[in-house]
Design a protein around this ligand. Structure first.
Ligand code: UDP
Length: 406
């Protein structure tokens, strides 16, 4: 695993020196992260690297994962959908079960740390524990919060306001709240297996393994099988393009342990693919970082046709690899893509299909988008920036004013 110093070659010496300086100040802090899955999805992806890097800078950082049964994760998935604007109904028994599971988890956990970051709604009830403790609690929201359904919003608001602050990934997600709000965008790790450079030979070998023809255009979307990632919409867009261009479509993803809907979505995707031999639906096991890296690198165009998106790490991952990306203008995606400069933003199946054709037919424009995209990610969305912001925020919680002097 890369050490903090190894990032010098990517981001430059001054960024690393500053990180060590902040780490020296924050080194006195014990920082805890809590979420609901160790693998799958963007939150686990980030914590896997952020926590070891914090430790390397001298911070006593730890990461805990809450446990829950099928019923709990069915409820939290409905909450997730409702926060993303999908109408869902909840019974009192479901609200009670949700809180009971969080209380059960709390009884088995230890929160004696200076700062406790609670990620997303699943473990939000743990904040009840803060009444016995004299420490700081921050709710870290990774969700597209622009149009939450009122039932779930009112339920969560009561918990969010018990925190010392709430972090959102994009300005559009900020809401009227009686607690401080922070903006921290997520990030990718340029040295992880998911994102590091790969040689062409290896990329080719992965395409061969999946029997994808790297010589013909390949359009790829990497995502958990989730309706909000609109995989069926992706297939519809591909079918519009396929009338004119002999291309292939790769839909690759696995599940997350806190997402019970995956199997149903996968069945719908297979149905929509309807036996087309140029559609590759790949169900990937959790340890597929190199495969995902190679699929992104070997693709002609990368898609992220989400209906809602907290941030969309897959967009940053593909842009970092210099790929032309076509993605929906939702959630945190417009923070990453400036339309027709660093990628393409779309609003419909037809628009997505139009730009797929354009980019396949105009490789020099596609390359220019990829070049600009990579630079934008380098300047804004690498893990070194993210790490610095978490540490500065943690320090600021112990100051009367918002400014932290180094
Ligand atoms: N991912 C993965 N395996 C999969 C599907 C996705 O490792 O089968 C990774 C993907 O590369 C990205 C993260 O999971 O790093 C997904 O984050 P994103 O923000 O795009 O979406 P989320 O799943 O959090 O909604």
């Amino acid at each position: 695993m890369a050490s903090v110093k190894d990032y010098k070659d990517v981001v430059g010496t001054s960024v690393i020196e500053e990180l060590y300086a902040v780490g020296e100040k924050a080194g006195a802090l014990k920082i805890q992260h809590v979420n609901s899955t160790a693998v799958g999805g963007g939150v686990a992806e980030i914590l896997t690297r952020l926590v070891p890097m914090m430790r390397e800078l001298g911070v006593d950082a730890r990461w805990d994962v809450i446990k829950g049964g099928e019923k709990f994760f069915a409820i939290t998935k409905k909450m997730h959908n409702a926060l993303h604007g999908v109408p869902e109904t909840f019974t009192q028994d479901e609200w009670d079960h949700f809180i009971e599971v969080d209380r059960d988890n709390a009884r088995q956990m230890n929160f004696e740390n200076d700062v406790v970051f609670i990620h997303d709604p699943q473990p939000i009830g743990l904040v009840e524990e803060r009444t016995h403790l004299n420490n700081k609690w921050v709710w870290r929201c990774h969700i597209d919060f622009s149009e939450p359904r009122e039932n779930v919003w009112l339920f969560l608001k009561d918990y969010i306001e018990r925190f010392d602050g709430a972090i959102f990934s994009a300005p559009a997600f900020s809401r009227p709240l009686k607690t401080r709000q922070f903006l921290i965008s997520p990030s990718i790790d340029p040295l992880s297996d998911k994102n590091r450079e790969l040689d062409d030979e290896y990329v080719r070998s992965i395409f061969e393994r999946f029997e994808i023809d790297i010589k013909r255009p390949v359009i790829t979307q990497i995502s958990r099988f989730d309706y909000l990632k609109d995989p069926v919409g992706v297939i519809k867009a591909y079918k519009l393009v396929k009338r004119y261009i002999d291309c292939q479509l790769v839909l690759a993803g696995g599940g997350a342990t806190d997402d019970p809907e995956g199997e149903k979505v996968l069945a719908d995707v297979r149905n929509a693919a309807d036996g087309d031999n140029d559609i590759f639906v790949l169900l990937l096991p959790p340890s597929s970082d190199l495969e995902i890296n190679a699929l992104q690198r070997g693709s002609t165009v990368v898609l992220q046709k989400s209906l809602r998106e907290g941030f969309g790490l897959t967009v940053a991952e593909a842009m970092w690899k210099g790929k032309p990306v076509i993605a929906s203008a939702v959630g945190g995606i417009p923070l990453q893509i400036k339309h027709k400069y660093s990628g393409i933003l779309t609003h419909s199946i037809e628009g997505t299909a139009y730009w797929m054709k354009q980019l396949i037919n105009e490789p020099s424009f596609a390359r220019e988008l990829g070049r600009n995209g990579r630079e934008h990610i380098k300047q804004n969305f690498l893990i070194t920036r993210h790490l610095r912001e978490y540490l500065l925020l943690s320090l600021s919680l112990f100051h009367d004013k918002d400014i932290v002097y180094l």
